[in-house]
Design a protein around this ligand. Structure first.
Ligand code: HXC
Ligand code: NAP
Length: 289
């Protein structure tokens, strides 16, 4: 039975070009998690620069709706493909579909992820495993398939979307932080082994990005003026800024950049409070822990 999408993704109202509008002409991007949130906007920004896209995740209804929205706004092709990053067979089928539709995959964006707030004692064995499998195994699975099916012979750029949770052991985020740390290590291994085939492998680590499922889940209504003023640039990031950041990373301007992490968070990870004692007290008061 098909699932009904909960809300409709919207394109940027007044996109201002920083890079040449034809920057990605003739290229194709394969974007996991591209039906929603940050990765929907990465797809949009790429398409506004003449790239065609394949967006993949579990919910086909949502993907179809988002693909239509993206194509209408940009005039480029966007092919929705159902795929679970935990299932190699579904990834191979999705990659075959992408290659039969477009004949190439120049960029892979690994954005699919799962997350929620939980202390370590609140995580069942399966809860930890589930997030590791979506984020870390998922990134490995999709990268291996796309590399072996296409990039090994033609080069390309892989961008893994991570986070800054793992840099200081963010409270209530042991599962997602561990998974993102694994992805950042994996990125170095892949960059080293695949560099000679013309494949660059990078991470982009967003901080708090407004209007996203990630922030809806993790903030639980705790985003207020004090939180925002605690970010060095005095505001949260936007999805458009994440799109532009990833656009830079895949562009030829970043040809020397591989095997590393570009943190795009306005300095948030440097100043964000990370006090388990206080967080616990606050959440106990709200009966959330
Ligand atoms: C504790 C939880 C939990 C919670 C689920 N589980 N939610 N445990 N606290 N809030 C446990 C379940 O009880 C179960 O364990 C196990 O996790 C698997 O749950 P399922 O629902 O069976 O898994 P699945 O259907 O595969 O869904 C995965 C999911 C789900 C992660 C749980 O929420 C999802 O599909 N999320 C995708 C969208 C998403 O999360 N977007 C945000 C990404 S943002 P048991 O033991 O009971 O079987 C992000 C932000 C990073 O990553 C940083 C921001 C600053
Ligand atoms: P989001 O909209 O919930 O994006 C997650 C996507 O992953 C969804 O489209 C979901 O689609 C897909 N997905 C989940 N499990 C999957 C699976 N097993 N197989 C295939 N696809 C799967 O969240 P977001 O907030 O925009 O986050 C996007 C990325 O940015 C994530 O990697 C996240 O960790 C990272 N990030 C976000 C923030 C933030 O502020 N939001 C901060 C730091 C990092 P389906 O449900 O259809 O499968």
């Amino acid at each position: 039975m098909s699932q009904k999408p909960s809300y409709v993704e919207e394109c940027i109202k007044d996109y201002k070009y920083i890079f040449q509008p034809e920057l990605l002409r003739g290229k194709v991007a394969f974007i996991t998690g591209g039906g929603t949130g940050i990765c929907f906007t990465i797809a949009e920004v790429f398409m506004r620069h003449q790239c065609d896209t394949v967006i993949c995740s579990r919910k086909m209804d949502k993907l179809r709706e988002s693909a239509e929205t993206l194509s209408k706004a940009t005039g480029r092709r966007c092919v929705p493909v159902q795929m679970d990053v935990r299932t190699p067979e579904s990834i191979m089928k999705a990659a075959d579909t992408a290659l039969s539709e477009f004949g190439r995959i120049d960029y892979l964006i690994n954005g699919a992820a799962g997350n929620f707030l939980s202390p370590i004692t609140g995580l069942s064995f399966n809860a930890f495993k589930t997030v590791m499998e979506i984020d870390a195994h998922g990134t490995f699975n999709v990268s291996k398939v796309i590399y072996e099916k296409y990039m090994k012979d033609h080069g390309g750029v892989i961008v893994n979307i991570t986070a800054t949770l793992q840099t200081r052991g963010q409270v209530l985020q042991a599962h997602a932080g561990s998974a993102k740390a694994a992805i950042e290590a994996m990125t170095k291994h892949m960059a080293v082994e695949w560099g000679m085939d013309g494949v660059r492998v990078m991470c982009v680590a967003p901080g708090p990005i407004e209007d996203t499922e990630g922030m809806r889940r993790l903030s639980r209504g705790r985003i207020n003026d004090e939180y925002v003023k605690g970010i060095p640039i005095q505001r949260m990031g936007t999805r458009e800024e994440m799109g532009n950041t990833v656009l830079y990373v895949v562009s030829d301007a970043a040809q020397l950049v591989t095997g590393t992490v570009l943190i795009a968070d306005g300095g948030h990870w440097l100043s964000n409070p990370n006090n388990y004692y206080q967080t616990k007290k606050l959440m106990q008061k709200k009966s959330q822990l």
